[in-house]
Write a protein that binds this ligand. Structure first.
Ligand code: PGA
Length: 256
């Protein structure tokens, strides 16, 4: 089954509203409208930038969508500082990243939290971009596949197949994030293939074949082609290189 590639730019905690509008305009200016047929593109800016970024993309009819970087699982109430699924949905988001390693490591997010977020998103007919990935210590120990596949199982626990189908898994080895040290295409492929096997095991072959598995971790214009050549890598979750319009456009073009 041919899977349509997805390139998602994770801006992390970068860009004020005015900076975000300028960068989005630059991306939009260089985005060819017919690329929509060959690749899905998402921008994941900080919450405060979501509305202005979406306004530019929508006005320019780019076909590029917006997604949040995180979301809370409760609908509303006394959760100071949190943002709910209905809030990001009304802004125009189609998805949210969940379980990014920075959230797990710096903000104590657990596998159970990730699962609640996947459930809240899919219950609202949105999709989750579920991040998984091992530390260098786990890789050196030789338990990467067990560790990552357990994260995948936990994220999808109790999620109905029809809701899971639209979700995306992003394999992001922690040692490759923002370090300039990319996993080799073979290392990334090995884990992405194991993720797909886990999905087949949890659900069925069709669901596994249809689900997009992304690679993330220092993806850049120099390494993108070799990574995308791998049969189980269906695109990228891009941090640093998505903050520059021309490199993000180059990464998108690599999917065409
Ligand atoms: P990076 O970040 O591309 O800067 O390594 C990727 C990510 O954390 O999603």
């Amino acid at each position: 089954m041919a899977r349509k590639p997805l390139m998602a730019g994770n801006w992390k905690m970068n860009n004020t509203i005015s900076e975000a509008v300028v960068l989005t305009q630059e991306i939009s200016n260089h985005f060819e409208r017919d690329w929509d047929e060959s690749v899905d593109v998402l921008i994941c800016p900080p919450y405060v930038d979501l509305k202005p970024v979406w306004t530019v993309l929508d006005f320019d009819k780019t076909g590029i969508g917006v997604a949040a970087q995180n979301v809370y699982w409760e609908q509303k109430g006394a959760y100071t500082g949190e943002i709910s699924v209905p809030m990001i949905k009304e802004i125009g988001c189609v998805a949210s990243i969940v379980g990014h390693s920075e959230r797990r490591e710096l903000f104590g997010e657990t596998n159970e939290d990730v699962n609640r977020k996947v459930k809240a998103l899919t219950d609202a007919d949105m999709f989750a971009i579920v991040c998984v990935g091992e530390s260098l210590a786990i890789r050196d120990e030789g338990t990467t596949l067990d560790y990552v596949c357990a994260q995948v199982r936990a994220a999808f626990a109790g999620i109905d197949v029809f809701k899971a189908r639209d979700c995306v898994v992003a394999y992001e080895p922690i040692w490759a994030i923002g370090t300039g040290r990319t996993a080799t295409p073979e290392q990334a492929e090995e884990v992405c293939a194991a993720i797909r096997t886990t999905i087949a095991d949890l659900y069925d072959e069709d669901t596994a074949e249809g689900m997009r598995v992304l690679y993330g971790g220092s993806m850049n214009p120099g390494n993108v082609a070799a990574l995308l050549e791998m049969p189980n890598i269906d695109g990228g979750l891009i941090g640093g290189a998505s903050l520059d319009a021309s490199s993000f456009i180059t990464l998108i073009e690599a999917c065409i």
